[in-house]
Structures are given as structure tokens and as C-alpha cells.
Design a protein around this ligand. Structure first.
Ligand code: ADP
Length: 471
């Protein structure tokens, strides 16, 4: 099987194509020309002989040669005819008796063949026997005055001289054809090699890429290879971005996970290094350590949610959910936090909405948004959540009277671990993963999320989710 692999190569197929396109017409042409030559030569010879024979036939009748075969002039002409065309002439009388045979073999014999009989009935017969290489002609010998058939002239002429020419032509054509085939094979070998060269370059480049990654692919020999190069470079670029962001993520994760641990170590060490530490200080430090553990826990939980959301959209556990009830539930859960900061929390539903969603994932996403609206608010502020729908989508709008997001940060808020104000966010327990989780959950639902904000005035998040889930 391996040996036959070359049959599938483009090079071999191109070679075959060029070779066949070059050689087949040659073969057909040679066969065609030879066949035409043979046909035309035979037909010309037949016409020549027939013309001569007819003339002679008239004289045979005129001189009444059938009765008297000693007419010198006719005999001489018969002899000449058979000599010129390397043939044999038989004159047969009305009793089917051969009165003259230029070979002198069958004179006096009776001959009843199909041609002779037919010719007696007035038919002129020309027959070519290609196997035995002769033309046979049968001509009725008619008296021009009485129209009476007096006999038949039977002529067979050899086509050896024609076939000699034919064979010569055939041999020459074969030599030309072979020479042609050799040239075509060489040319097709050269071209098939040359035409597939860009693909060799492509393979070489890709092999080299395993060692030096930074190279850009550009093989512009063909429009097709140029398109492949462009597509490849684009994929490579995208992969590089993904790789960079993955590395950044890993380093961010390690950093974020290390921070609480460092704090805990500092707290524990300072307790251990002191003698006679008062119980109050122990309690205070242990309280701080518990807080750090809580933070570490939160980061790990958020990371786990994010990893879950990062998986394929096929992991959605879709069911028909009443969105009004879902939002009411979220509000109810968050109300205590809002009340702690004296923030007014209002839900406005414009219509009843049911949609095909993953309840757990979307509820997490919306909770994050409402929670952020409370967390990044001002004292005595408000959060308005509204629900609306059209025939295709439902829309949740979360508006707050909070601190807002600076314009330059707006495009980064969905990045993992991004926080506008690191210390403030940390103070209120932010991990910088909430919006990344939210955005992934929305995208998994084939939805969209948008943020509008003015620093110091407040922020509006709008989420749009299709009512029916499209897998
Ligand atoms: P965090 O866990 O820090 O809240 P998020 O991913 O939820 O992380 O949000 C990223 C950052 O976006 C936050 O740190 C905050 O600075 C900003 N942000 C998010 N929502 C709001 C909002 N409603 N008002 C102001 N800033 C916000």
C-alpha cells in the first residue's frame, strides 16, 4: 500500500495529465493518418485500374477477342496492364470459360464465382482484400450496340507497392511518435516537478517552524499558496494571542492565590516571633487570617466557575425558566447586602418572560452584575433592575448610581483579574473574575452584554439573551 502512495501525489497526477494530453493525440493522429492513407491509396489504385480495364474491355468486345484470342494488339495491352499493376487478367466468355489468363495457368477452365456471376448480370465489382493484399475487379464486357453481355473481365492487382509505402510511412510515424513521447515525458516530468515545488516549500517551512516559531509564512508562487499562507499566519497569530493570554492568566492566578497566603504567613510569623502575646492580639490576627482564608476560598470558587464557563457551550443545562421569578430571587438574596449600605434595590418587570436558559449559569451572571452595582455604589445610592422582551430576546438592564467606570477601563472590565481600583475592589471582596464569568455565561447563551458608564455618575449594564436556545 505504501509503495502505491506516489499514485496519490499531485506531482504524479500532473505528470500523468501532461503526458497523456501530449501523447494520446499523437497516437490518435498517427492511426488516423495511416488509415486514411491506406483507404485513399487503395481507392485511387482501384479507379486507375478500373479506367484502364474499361478501355481495354471495350477493345476486347470490338475486336471480338472472345472468339479469337490471337489479336496481337489486345494481348499486348493485356500483358501491359498486368505488368504495370503487378496483376493477373482473366477474360471469361459467356459460357464461363476462361479464354485468356495472363498467367497462362487456367486458360480453358470454367470459372463460376460470385463476382463473375454478378458481373454477368451487368454489375461492376471492386473488392479489396486487405489480408491477402490485392484488389479484385470484375467488369462486364458489353457490346455497345446490342447491349448484350459477351463476357467478364476479371482483374486482380497486387497492393504490395501501396503497402510498402504504407509500412514505410508507419515506421517513420512510429519513430516520430516515439521521439515525441520522449520529449513529452521529459517536459511533463520537468513541469510536474516545477509545479509542485511551492508545496515542497510549504512543507519545509512548516517543518522548520517547529524549531523557530517566529517566522512568517509567505509562499506567493500561486494565488492558492498565498491564500494558504495568509490563513496560516492568521491562525498562528491567533494562537499566539491565546498562548500569551493563557500565560498571563496562569501568572495572574498564581499571583492572586499567593497574596492571601503571604498575608497569612506574615500574620502567623509576627505572632510566633513575639513572646507573651496578649489574647486580644491573637484573636485579632486570627480574625485577619480567617479573612484571608475566606478570600482565598472566593478566588478558588470564582476560578472554578470560570473554568466551567470556559468549556464548550454544549455543557449548558437548558430548561424553560421564568425570568421574572429568577430576578426576584436574585434581588431577594442580595437585598441584605444592599440594605447594609442603605442602597435602594428596585426590580421593574415590563412583561412576563420565560426563556430557555441554564438557570445556574445565568443566575450567577446576573447576580454578579447586581452585586457589582451594589458593591461599587455610593452610600444612599440606588440600583434599578428592569426586565423586558421582544419576540426574539429578553433584556435585563442593571443601572446604578455608583462610582462609575473610567472610559479607558471600560474595554478591560471583562478581562480576568482586571479591577479598576485594585485596593478598593479588594477591600470590598472583589477578585476581578466576576465580569469574566458573567460575559462567558452570556456568550454561552448566544447573548450579548454591554456597559455604559460615566465616572462618578453610575453604570448601566444591558444583557440580551435569546428566548429560545440555539445549539
Ligand atoms: P470584582 O470581583 O473586582 O468586582 P468584576 O470582574 O466583577 O471584579 O469587575 C471588574 C471591575 O470592574 C471591578 O473591579 C470594578 O472596578 C469594575 N466594575 C464592575 N462593575 C461595576 C459597577 N457597577 N460600577 C463601577 N465599577 C464596576
Amino acid at each position: 500500500m505504501k509503495k502505491l502512495k506516489f499514485l496519490h501525489s499531485l506531482k504524479f497526477r500532473l505528470f500523468l495529465l501532461v503526458a497523456l494530453v501530449g501523447i494520446i493525440p499523437n497516437v490518435v493522429l498517427r492511426a488516423g493518418i495511416l488509415a486514411t492513407y491506406e483507404k485513399r491509396a487503395i481507392s485511387n489504385r482501384s479507379i486507375d485500374v478500373l479506367g484502364q480495364a474499361k478501355m481495354l474491355g471495350n477493345q476486347v468486345v470490338t475486336y471480338n477477342y472472345m472468339k479469337d484470342t490471337s489479336v496481337e494488339m489486345i494481348n499486348a495491352q493485356l500483358e501491359q496492364l498486368s505488368n504495370i499493376y503487378d496483376g493477373r487478367v482473366l477474360i471469361i466468355n459467356s459460357s464461363f470459360q476462361i479464354v485468356k489468363d495472363t498467367y497462362g495457368l487456367d486458360t480453358g477452365k470454367i470459372i463460376i464465382s460470385e463476382e463473375v456471376v454478378k458481373s454477368f448480370q451487368g454489375e461492376e465489382i471492386t473488392k479489396y482484400d486487405s489480408q491477402n493484399r490485392y484488389i479484385e475487379l470484375a467488369i462486364p464486357l458489353k457490346n455497345t450496340d446490342t447491349k448484350e453481355n459477351q463476357g467478364v473481365m476479371l482483374i486482380s492487382v497486387s497492393t504490395d507497392s501501396i503497402m510498402l509505402n504504407y509500412d514505410f510511412l508507419k515506421d517513420n510515424a512510429l519513430i516520430v511518435e516515439l521521439a515525441n513521447a520522449i520529449i513529452i515525458l521529459v517536459v511533463s516530468l520537468f513541469w510536474s516537478n516545477r509545479l509542485v515545488r511551492p508545496f515542497g516549500k510549504l512543507t519545509k517551512f512548516l517543518e522548520e517552524m517547529q524549531t523557530e516559531e517566529e517566522k512568517k509564512l509567505m509562499i506567493s508562487d500561486y494565488t492558492e499558496t498565498e491564500a494558504i499562507s495568509n490563513a496560516f499566519n492568521e491562525i498562528q497569530g491567533r494562537m499566539r494571542v491565546i498562548d500569551d493570554s493563557r500565560q498571563e492568566f496562569v501568572s495572574n492566578v498564581s499571583h492572586e492565590l499567593k497574596t492571601p497566603i503571604t498575608s497569612m504567613k506574615v500574620l502567623a510569623d509576627s505572632l510566633l516571633n513575639q513572646e507573651d502575646v496578649p489574647v486580644e492580639l491573637y484573636k485579632e490576627f486570627m480574625g485577619d487570617i480567617a479573612e484571608e482564608i475566606e478570600r482565598e476560598n472566593k478566588i478558588i470558587n470564582d476560578l472554578l466557575s470560570l473554568v466551567k464557563m470556559d468549556k464548550a457551550a454544549g455543557n449548558l443545562n437548558v430548561s424553560v425558566v421564568n425570568i421574572n421569578e429568577l430576578l426576584e430571587m436574585i434581588m431577594k438574596r442580595l437585598r441584605p447586602i444592599a440594605e447594609k449600605q442603605n442602597i435602594e434595590l428596585v426590580l421593574e418587570s415590563f412583561r412576563p418572560v420565560s426563556a430557555e436558559i441554564d438557570e445556574v449559569k445565568l443566575s450567577l451572571a446576573l447576580t454578579n452584575l447586581v452585586e457589582n452595582a451594589i458593591k461599587y455604589n455610593k452610600p444612599e445610592g440606588w440600583v434599578h433592575v428592569s426586565l423586558n422582551a421582544d419576540h426574539k430576546y429578553f433584556f435585563v438592564r442593571i443601572e446604578d448610581s455608583g462610582i462609575g467606570i473610567p472610559e479607558e477601563s471600560l474595554e478591560h472590565i471583562y478581562e480576568r483579574f482586571f479591577r479598576v481600583d485594585k485596593s478598593h475592589s479588594k477591600e470590598i471582596g472583589g477578585t476581578g473574575l466576576g465580569l469574566a464569568i458573567t460575559r462567558n455565561a452570556v456568550l454561552m447563551h448566544r447573548g450579548a452584554i454591554k456597559a455604559h458608564s460615566k465616572e462618578g455618575e453610575g453604570t448601566i449594564f444591558t444583557v440580551r439573551i435569546p428566548l429560545t436556545y440555539i445549539a
